[in-house]
Design a binder for this molecule. Structure first.
Ligand SMILES: [Zn+2]
Length: 242
């Protein structure tokens, strides 16, 4: 029984080490995650810019058509005006010509503004692409470093798992199951009890239970927290012997 307690204690030490390695491994994920998020945002922005650009291009095409049409009308009016003999018709065509020239001016200014807008969107797209490329590079670099570290930890986990398996083989099935069940709730499933106190929950163990523990004939759970309690002095003595 005392050997079993000792083995459980040792198993817990291996498990604690494995937990630590796995935690270290998991800590890398958020780093990559945050770069991925940045990339996602930049990709969304790129899509938005492209949509905006496409919309502005349609506007520009339409406006160009308007400008061309007005130029045509103006040319027609100018042509017509040279062939007019009566005043009334002359002023009517002149009025139309002036109207179209004003419209042309206004549309040309608008078109110029639109062209500038399109240029600035294109610049934004280029900046965005630059940023995106930098993020991709950053991620590639981080991934290289992290995957190397993870591979190292993986090796440690494999070695630890091997040690754990051979340790677990020495422990009786029911004890192992009991330990694993408790460990789902408490990382320190096996705790020392000294001076009659469970070191897991710091509550005094009833005297009869403590006496049973000292006898060492059975595996004792703390009646308060259900952790497995072991005799601390014995565990330490065994450690120094070995
Ligand atoms: Zn307890």
């Amino acid at each position: 029984m005392e050997k079993q307690m000792q083995l459980l204690w040792e198993l817990q030490e291996i498990d604690a080490e494995l937990d630590e390695i796995r935690d270290a491994q998991e800590a890398f994920a958020p780093k990559l995650e945050s770069i991925k998020e940045d990339i996602g945002l930049l990709q969304d922005a790129a899509q938005e810019y492209q949509k905006e650009l496409a919309g502005k291009d349609v506007e520009r095409r339409d406006l160009r058509d308007v400008v061309e049409r007005l130029k045509g009308l103006i040319a027609q009016s100018k042509e017509k005006i040279t062939q007019i003999s009566n005043n009334k018709e002359y002023f009517a065509v002149l009025k139309e010509l002036e109207h179209n020239q004003k419209a042309l001016e206004k549309n040309e200014v608008e078109l110029l503004g639109l062209v500038e807008e399109i240029e600035s969107i294109k610049e934004q797209i280029a900046d965005n692409e630059k940023e995106l490329k930098a993020k991709y590079d950053e991620m590639a670099g981080e991934e290289r470093v992290i995957s190397e570290k993870i591979a190292n930890l993986e090796k440690k986990i494999k070695a630890g798992d091997k040690g754990r398996q051979s340790k677990a083989k020495e422990i009786s099935e029911p004890f192992l199951r009991r330990y694993q069940r408790i460990r789902r709730r408490f990382k320190d499933a096996v705790v020392p009890a000294d001076k009659g106190t469970c070191r897991g929950c710091n509550v005094n163990v009833p005297p009869q239970v403590y006496i049973d523990l000292l006898k060492g004939h059975e595996l004792i759970n703390c009646p308060n927290c259900q952790r497995i309690i072991v005799k601390r002095a014995e565990a330490e003595a065994e450690n120094t012997e070995s």
